[in-house]
Design a protein around this ligand. Sequence first.
Ligand code: 13P
Length: 249
Amino acid sequence: MPNALVAGNWKMHGTAASAAQLASQLARQWADADAAEVIVFPPAVHIATVASVLVESSVAIGAQNLSQFESGAFTGEISAAMLVDLGCKYVLVGHSERRTVFGESSHCVAEKFVAAQAAGLIPILCVGETLQQRQQGQTMTVVADQIAAVVEQAGLDRVCDGVIAYEPVWAIGTGETASPQQAQQVHQGIRAQLGDAGIDTSLLYGGSVNGDNARQLFGQPDINGGLVGGASLEADSFLNIAQQLIEQQ
Ligand code: 13P
């Protein structure tokens, strides 16, 4: 059985004080780690603060990005080992904002995936098509190519050890969600691409997940959880989504 996961991507929001406050609300209110893993992804500068608040809680912590390089003269970058040192268990790799705004290629994303696993982090590989690609009927090809690029460098088994998040670009931060059927269709395609090795791989859906649509999305057979942006910035709405995931397991 794939693990049930609910991941909150805080993106570039919040101060140290607001991050600590949100983390402490989550730590107080979430104790059901056996039923689903709740993970937060604060901005990098707040990871240490949030990690200290979440110590001994049931909430895990991850980073939104990492360097593909191990160490050295890479100004402004943060290595996988540094993230482990801060207490991170997970890291997002290839989020669409990294791909589109910061120009990360699928090759670079694959290098980051490999670097994350080499340091002991669990990478959450983000994939998804743009609106134009969907309208042109390219959704499955785009997603399959993004995954294949990582399989080429990391190997299929290692990709299956990670987590894959399907986030259609047109659904991110727009309030527009893929229908449960649209999401399931892509998740089913990803599951088929991974084959037997991917039976236990957690596949998350992301893109305007909220308290109103989570239940139906999580009710789909190949959706094992969610990657949540806006609705993860408030403890009650985020944990409401996590609760709906548990009820659908
Ligand atoms: P929203 O939930 O705000 O659409 O963001 C989704 C996302 O990009 C999570 O990584």
